[in-house]
Design a binder for this molecule. Structure first.
Ligand code: 5GP
Length: 213
């Protein structure tokens, strides 16, 4: 339960996980039931997968455009992953935070590290891990989006991603999607109630308790 009548500072929620751990499904479930969230849509130089929509899943850009965005400081963070470049457009995130929205990021560990450096106090980071390496490989094969070669590459990167678990505030093992979504919601509820995020607390306490003395 959130104290809805008390002004609160927005937070930045980062979900990171090896590809195929279910992070995108988790993010969608969180967004579906929570209208205080803004989803950060990244730019990437990777080619769209079947079904992916420009502007919804990613902004798909050429390398030249990506380099320009980096040079102009238009990205909050950026990183190379599996031979492609990814980055978070800064302006939409800052605009959302200014409006009191929370922002959800689906990014990998290098990006999480950069945001932690820039805005530690506004960040809540969660590493989602698969129950086992075999399970992860099966999920990547079953989702049928990548070639065998890409899957092998992603498995190697998965081990690297998982090895950074200790840099995150929370770690959730995704054995069951519903349980994982519940765990993320619990983390979110507690983090939103943190005293330092409830910037309207002193006014509330003054109004409620001091003025009735
Ligand atoms: P995919 O190509 O499977 O969509 O994403 C590959 C990885 O890049 C995932 O771990 C995803 O979270 C990460 N990623 C997506 N967007 C960004 C971004 O803007 N910045 C960073 N650092 N990682 C991203």
């Amino acid at each position: 339960m959130i104290n809805e009548n008390i002004k609160r500072r927005g937070l930045m929620l980062i979900l990171s996980s090896p590809s195929g751990t279910g992070k995108t499904a988790i993010a969608h479930q969180i967004l579906e039931k929570d209208n205080n969230f803004f989803l950060s849509v990244s730019v990437t130089t990777r080619a769209p997968r079947p079904g992916e929509v420009d502007g919804k899943d990613y902004y798909f850009v050429e390398r030249k455009k990506y380099d320009e965005m980096v040079a102009k400081g238009e990205l909050l963070e950026h990183a190379e992953f599996c031979g492609n470049c990814y980055g978070t457009p800064k302006k939409p995130v800052l605009d959302a935070l200014e409006k009191g929205k929370d922002v959800l990021f689906d990014i990998e560990w290098q990006g999480a590290r950069q945001i932690a450096k820039a805005a530690r106090e506004d960040l809540v980071s969660i590493s989602i891990l698969p129950p086992s390496v075999n399970e992860l490989k099966n999920r990547l094969i079953n989702r049928g989006q990548d070639s065998t070669e890409v899957i092998e590459k992603r498995m190697k990167t998965a081990v690297d991603e998982a090895s950074h678990y200790s840099e995150y505030d929370y770690v959730v093992i995704n054995k069951d999607l519903d349980e994982t979504v519940d765990a993320v919601k619990c983390i979110l509820s507690a983090e939103r109630l943190k005293r330092e995020r409830q910037v309207g607390l002193s006014d509330f306490v003054k109004e409620c308790f001091c003025e009735t003395k």
